[in-house]
Design a binder for this molecule. Structure first.
Ligand SMILES: NC(=O)c1ccc[n+]([C@@H]2O[C@H](COP(=O)([O-])OP(=O)(O)OC[C@H]3O[C@@H](n4cnc5c(N)ncnc54)[C@H](OP(=O)(O)O)[C@@H]3O)[C@@H](O)[C@H]2O)c1
Length: 238
């Protein structure tokens, strides 16, 4: 989208990395519904985000980001350098195919793929796009309650848990380096939600969870500091 045909710079705005479907798409739709301008990223055309953009081109624009493509992120960051967002949120993430796989079971290739996506890719996106969050704004990433070391009593989902715990640690370092900056840094634990990743047995739908997630993110504005929060705004034990 060129500078001339993008939505006008009025009202509040959010950049959502990984908004093609699932929670990211539902967040984009909820922010649009609340009158925000949304820049959402997808990897491929023809997603639910593209259908939403076709209905609301006045407030929704789409860019392409693959979380494992660092050069692509830096190029988009440069193209957006004159823009500022109230919230920058990196939602994209994956799970390994077999949740019961321990680190002894999972292939090295699959372990690396999960880590490169959920940790390296997400943090490179945070590093690239976090500078586009306005002072007093919010920089966030979609973590998981399964990233909590303190709450891990079940001993399943080892690979996914390790990736989200590593993401939390890396976000903590990021926030510490920027402690003097007036931005909030938020890790969101959305709960178990019915999406392609969450599966059909999850107790909550996106229609339940996403308005709460959006409420919590909006409420973090003008509140600098690092927080690991669930979708009701409660602190999750690290
Ligand atoms: N659903 C749950 O119960 C639950 C619980 C806790 C945390 N989460 C977290 O919430 C986030 C969204 O999950 P979801 O449930 O909405 O899953 P989903 O329906 O599988 O959607 C995953 C999203 O991540 C994007 N993505 C995956 N790999 C990517 C990559 N390499 N580059 C760019 N985008 C990539 C996908 O894009 P494509 O369409 O291009 O694949 C899609 O937009 C994830 O970080 C997940 O770990 C989910």
């Amino acid at each position: 989208m060129t500078q001339s045909n993008r939505p006008a710079d009025i009202g509040q705005s959010i950049l959502i990395v990984g908004a093609s479907r699932g929670l990211g798409h539902a967040m984009a739709a909820e922010f649009v519904e609340r009158g925000w301008r949304v820049l959402g990223t997808a990897r491929a055309p023809g997603t639910p985000l593209h259908s939403l953009a076709a209905r609301r081109p006045d407030v929704l624009e789409i860019e392409t980001i693959e979380l494992t493509d660092h050069a692509q992120m830096l190029a988009l960051r440069d193209r957006l350098s004159d823009r500022r967002f109230d919230i920058v949120f990196v939602n994209g993430g994956i799970a390994n195919r077999t949740p019961s796989d321990t680190l002894a079971d999972v292939s090295t290739e699959e372990f690396v793929h999960v880590m490169v996506t959920n940790v390296l890719g997400v943090m490179r996106a945070i590093e690239a796009f976090g500078v586009l969050a306005r002072p007093g704004g919010v920089i966030g990433a979609m973590s998981s309650g399964q990233g909590s070391i303190a709450n891990n009593a079940s001993g399943v989902n080892d690979v996914y848990r390790a990736s989200k715990a590593a993401l939390n640690q890396a976000m903590s370092s990021y926030a510490s380096r920027r402690a003097a900056e007036a931005r909030a840094t938020v890790l969101m634990a959305p709960g178990w939600i019915r999406t392609e990743m969450g599966g059909p047995d999850a107790p909550f739908g996106v229609e339940d969870a996403v308005p709460q997630i959006v409420d919590v993110l909006i409420a973090q504005q003008e509140r600098p500091g690092l927080r690991f929060l669930d979708r009701t705004g409660q602190t999750v034990a690290w």
